[in-house]
Ligand binder design. Structure first.
Ligand code: FES
Length: 138
């Protein structure tokens, strides 16, 4: 599932104009994956805002839960932006409301499908190990 949610405010995003890096940290396995983001290849996938932390991850084989298909209607794509948050689009009220539903929210928490870096900083993004997609829990 992918697409846009017509009922939410669209985030005000600025796409990168230069290559930058996102390091994804898996909270479960402690595995690290570094993606070099090439602006000319955005969007890498069709899920989430173009250039978002989620769509870049999915287009590069990094799994982040995304139960609603990246349309800001769940909180399963909750991530913690450990470095580079200042280069990311501002969270909309809709994103903040939805993120409040996630477990373990921190001041650096964002919904990966809505958070679009502008490429002026490299990012370190933690995918919380306890952020389970309820639809997949037994
Ligand atoms: S995937 Fe549902 S809010 Fe991001």
């Amino acid at each position: 599932m992918a697409g846009v949610n017509p009922y939410i405010e669209k985030p005000n995003t600025e796409l990168p104009t230069r290559i930058y890096r996102i390091k994804y940290l898996n909270g479960d396995t402690k595995e690290e994956t570094v993606i070099e983001v090439d602006p000319s290849k955005i969007p890498y996938s069709r899920t989430g805002q173009p250039g978002s932390i989620l769509e870049i991850a999915l287009g590069n084989g990094v799994e982040i839960d995304h139960a609603c298909g990246g349309v800001c209607a769940c909180s399963t794509c909750h991530v913690i932006v450990r470095e580079g948050l200042e280069s990311c689009s501002e969270a909309t009220e809709d994103e903040e409301d939805m993120a409040d539903e996630a477990r373990g929210v921190t001041p650096e928490s964002r919904l990966a499908c809505q958070c679009v870096p502008d490429g002026t900083k490299d990012l370190v993004v933690e995918i919380p190990g306890w952020n389970k997609n309820l639809a997949r829990e037994h």
